[in-house]
Write a protein that binds this ligand. Structure first.
Ligand code: ADP
Length: 373
């Protein structure tokens, strides 16, 4: 609720400021147009006074038409004596000059006005975008905190219950072994979550401080992947999901082995989390020219096309029942994307939609021949 009001307040202030800025611009345009008309009027009044003055001089000093014409040309070049030799008026060149000046002013203000509007528009757009981003991030962080607290609390509550049972009751050996196994899983869950948070933190730090040095070495991708497959075996078995793999064992890449394992682990973890019991997940590691391709195909809940980009953003979780039933922090794919990009590769997702399974494909460059000691 608080964030709702915060959002409304932010936008209200923003709109009021934008409105004031636009009103200011409108007032400036009106003022400039009025000022142009006023200047024209002043010039015309001045000419009328000149005509009166010239008339006065004519009567007093220059009764001869020719002489008066010469005097008029020298004294008031903007005035002219009409062909009838009696009436005076403003010369067409002076009128044209005034029109040209007025036109020039209008042109200048139109351009200045357009320029100001553009700058103002860009400024308003930029602030609006920043504000929206800030608010979205704030909401996501709130969701993240709730989700993470929940993720931390569930295994801790379970551990406490089991521990109490073991302390307070005389539990038979078989049941005791079962309880200890579950406690071990809960501890593993906690460890995984904390690892996840630390990895995300390290990715963020790396981004901020432009690549803190990491231990890069040439590794056999199949070997490191196999290591992860061993680690997740239990998790898949417990959920009754078949995990198949096809690994090309001749692929080497320059990468920190822990980071590669994290990447594979996060994708497999998701494939398991978002797939139903009895389905299958396949991991394929193969070569495509100078790149290694890691593809993880599941038959799970699928992802709508509109979410393809956003799922890689920090703290983002798809807002539907299927996802929210499953625990998560919204950091897994962010870590995957940052890791892959740091290695000079790409990651993409494909899905035919809700309930139709998902395929994640990561592509990273293979090590040069020279690096294969
Ligand atoms: P989370 O901790 O929520 O799993 P991720 O960053 O790993 O965070 O994933 C972001 C979101 O992408 C998830 O919340 C989920 O909605 C969606 N997602 C990720 N992997 C899959 C998958 N294999 N199948 C369906 N949805 C997925």
């Amino acid at each position: 609720m608080k964030s709702f009001w915060l959002t409304r307040k932010h936008f209200l202030v923003f709109f009021v400021l934008a409105l004031v800025a636009l009103a200011q611009l409108g007032w400036w345009v009106i003022f400039q147009v009025g000022e142009g008309a006023r200047l024209k009027h002043v010039q015309q009044t001045l000419w009328e006074q000149q005509i009166e003055l010239a008339q006065h001089w004519r009567e007093a000093r220059y009764p001869d038409v020719q002489e008066f014409r010469i005097w008029l040309g020298e004294s008031f070049p903007d005035l002219e004596l009409k062909a009838d030799g009696r009436t005076m008026g403003i010369s067409s060149s002076a009128l044209a000059r005034l029109d040209h000046m007025a036109g020039g002013r209008v042109r200048m203000f139109v351009w200045e006005g357009l320029f100001f509007t553009l700058i103002l528009g860009v400024g308003i757009g930029y602030i609006y975008w920043m504000l929206r981003r800030e608010i979205v991030m704030e909401r996501r962080q709130a969701v993240f905190l709730t989700a993470t607290s929940h993720e931390l609390k569930t295994p801790i509550t379970s551990l406490r219950l089991y521990l109490d049972t073991l302390i307070d009751h005389d539990v038979p050996a078989a049941q005791r072994a079962e309880i200890l196994a579950t406690m071990q899983q809960d501890l593993q869950r906690l460890t995984n979550l904390i690892d996840h948070l630390l990895q995300a933190q390290s990715v963020i730090q790396k981004k901020k401080h432009h690549r803190i040095k990491q231990t890069v070495e040439t590794i056999n991708l199949a070997e490191e992947t196999q290591e992860v497959l061993h680690q997740v075996e239990d998790m898949f078995n417990r959920k009754g999901i078949r995990l198949k793999s096809k690994l090309d064992e001749r692929l080497f890449s320059m990468v920190d082995p822990m980071r590669w394992q994290t990447l594979v682990m996060n994708l497999l973890d998701n494939a398991c989390k978002y797939s139903p019991q009895g389905s299958a997940v396949e991991l394929i590691l193969e070569q495509n020219g100078s790149h290694a391709i890691l593809r993880i195909v599941d038959e799970g809940i699928g992802i709508p096309k509109a979410e393809f980009d956003r799922i890689f953003e920090r703290f983002y979780r798809i807002d539907n029942k299927n996802t929210l039933q499953t625990g998560g922090t919204g950091l897994g794919l962010y870590i995957v994307k940052e890791t892959v990009e740091e290695l000079g590769g790409t990651v993409s997702v494909e899905s035919q939609g809700i309930g139709k399974g998902t395929t994640f494909t990561a592509e990273i460059p293979l090590a040069d021949e020279d690096n294969l000691g």
